[in-house]
Design a protein around this ligand. Structure first.
Ligand SMILES: Cc1cc2nc3c(=O)[nH]c(=O)nc-3n(C[C@H](O)[C@H](O)[C@H](O)COP(=O)(O)O)c2cc1C
Length: 188
């Protein structure tokens, strides 16, 4: 199953358009729109509940549903516009909610993280108004994905400078879409 984690907020999102171009190349997919998902940052009550379920190894609890879906996907595509040098808070909330020990990650006998996700690859798709600096978005996602989730292959798909004066955002985006549809260049 290909899982599309859509963190785009705006109607007619350009990031979503770029992600859909990639997804059309990859095949059928299941989409979760984070703007529609009933999720909240962990508060003390939910954190206590979650910890109790983890202690009981009760991973059927509904609190683990998004984590189970993430862990079971064969390919994951995350889309997120470049916001404030990073990505929208709904994506951080999602990551906080799926990051469950015993579902997406575990520890070996030396206390080192061992990934439990089956996906062979995770794509991170973004678009930026100015220059794209990957440090606080793609690099962070790649860090979690490779070190904690056990997904060894990640790829950045992006278009940048869309809001720069004198630039034609449509042309830049169409160019990126064409590149990714044909699978050539534009990759980091
Ligand atoms: C709340 C917000 C924060 C943004 N922050 C940045 C930023 O830090 N750097 C940048 O280059 N562009 C920034 N932008 C511009 C977006 O990255 C750019 O317009 C992007 O293509 C939007 O993607 P979307 O069409 O998928 O919403 C921001 C836009 C919004 C709405």
């Amino acid at each position: 199953m290909i899982l599309y984690v859509n963190s785009c907020v705006r109607k007619n999102s350009r990031t979503d358009r770029l992600a859909k171009a990639l997804l059309n190349r990859l095949g059928e997919y299941e989409e979760i729109r984070l703007t529609d998902l009933k999720q909240a940052p962990l508060n003390e009550k939910r954190l206590v509940h979650r910890t109790e379920q983890i202690d009981k190894q009760n991973f059927d609890d509904e609190i683990f549903e998004p984590a189970r879906q993430f862990a079971g996907a064969d390919i994951i595509v995350i889309s997120a516009p470049y916001w404030d040098g990073s990505f929208p808070a709904i994506l951080k909330t999602y990551l906080e909610n799926i990051y469950c020990i015993g579902v997406v990650t575990g520890y070996d006998e030396h206390g080192m993280p061992v990934g439990m996700c089956r996906a062979e690859k995770l794509y991170y798709v973004t678009t930026a108004g100015g220059n794209y600096d990957r440090r606080f978005s793609y690099d962070y996602i790649e860090y979690l994905t490779k070190n904690m989730f056990g997904i060894s292959d990640t790829e950045l798909v992006y278009a940048e400078n869309l809001d720069m004066e004198g630039n034609d955002a449509e042309v830049i985006l169409d160019d990126a879409v064409t590149k990714y549809l044909t699978g050539s260049s534009g990759k980091a």
